[in-house]
Design a protein around this ligand. Structure first.
Ligand SMILES: [Zn+2]
Length: 265
């Protein structure tokens, strides 16, 4: 499922292929365009030139010199450039052609996620809904303030997009493993030094996932590399990983490094 690092990768990909280019044609599957018709989307974008796109949490916000195209990748979304794949695929739901040549496509096997049109920042805010600050831009004091007002499970908090935007299931497990915090511990039970470490590890995991995006499948001392593999052991201490449900999602953790009762005295 696309998480913040994936969407950041899409942001760069979109920018590499679309920034500074002028839209010549738009084709869209009506099932994926959420707040316009494919024709309306085409009318709004044709002749417009794309800027460098923004990301907020899991949203990609692609401003032109007129309206913005908003993309959400759901569980299976992807971007494809016609130079890499000349032929359209049956799961391509949106194709944007450019005057300068080439076509950028939004591909989604399932129809979760989608494509929205927004004419100004207020419309963008309405489509995105209530979102917390972007996880990558979060400052330490801001994070401490958010946690101070929050009760309940720490994993649920990390994944709550209205608290912090951009952390999904896999990143949440990765962060908690690095911070050595059990995913079901309650925020109000975390002492200040653990909240501080949570922030440090959140920043580190997000930064590394974005900067080393293509290296992630082989990362050592990284939970996601072994997560879900049969017989997987903690990359730090070798204890077999445990699986549970936290925040309604399948969760992996190390029962030695991440003790449910908190760190050993
Ligand atoms: Zn361990």
């Amino acid at each position: 499922m696309p998480e913040l690092p994936d969407v950041e990768h899409f942001r760069r990909f979109f920018g590499d292929h679309a920034e500074g280019r002028t839209v010549s044609a738009v084709w869209a599957d009506p099932a994926i365009v959420r707040n316009a018709t494919p024709q309306g989307l085409g009318r709004a974008l044709k002749g417009r030139r794309f800027d460098d796109p923004d990301r907020h949490g899991k949203w990609l916000i692609c401003w032109t010199d007129g309206p913005a195209l908003l993309l959400h990748f759901g569980m299976t979304g992807d971007l494809v450039w016609s130079g890499d794949e000349p032929r359209r695929h049956r799961h391509d739901r949106l194709a944007v052609g450019f005057v300068e040549g080439g076509e950028l496509r939004y591909r989604n096997m399932r129809k979760l996620g989608g494509v929205w049109l927004a004419h100004d920042p207020e419309e963008v805010a309405v489509v995105l809904g209530p979102l917390g600050p972007a996880a990558l831009d979060l400052r330490r004091r801001q994070f401490a303030g958010l946690l101070a007002r929050r009760r309940g499970g720490v994993k649920a908090a990390l994944m709550d997009q209205t608290l912090v935007a951009g952390v999904g299931n896999i990143i949440a497990d990765e962060v908690l493993w690095h911070a050595r915090i059990h995913p079901r511990r309650r925020i109000e039970a975390l002492p200040p030094w653990e909240r501080d470490r949570l922030y440090t590890e959140l920043r580190k995991v997000l930064r590394v996932s974005v900067e080393r995006y293509h290296d992630l499948p082989g990362m050592r001392r990284w939970l996601s590399t072994v997560r879900g593999l049969p017989g997987a052991a903690c990359p730090r201490c070798g204890t077999p990983l445990a699986r549970t449900t936290a925040a309604g999602r399948t969760t992996y953790f190390c029962p030695t490094c991440q003790r449910e009762g908190g760190p050993a005295p």
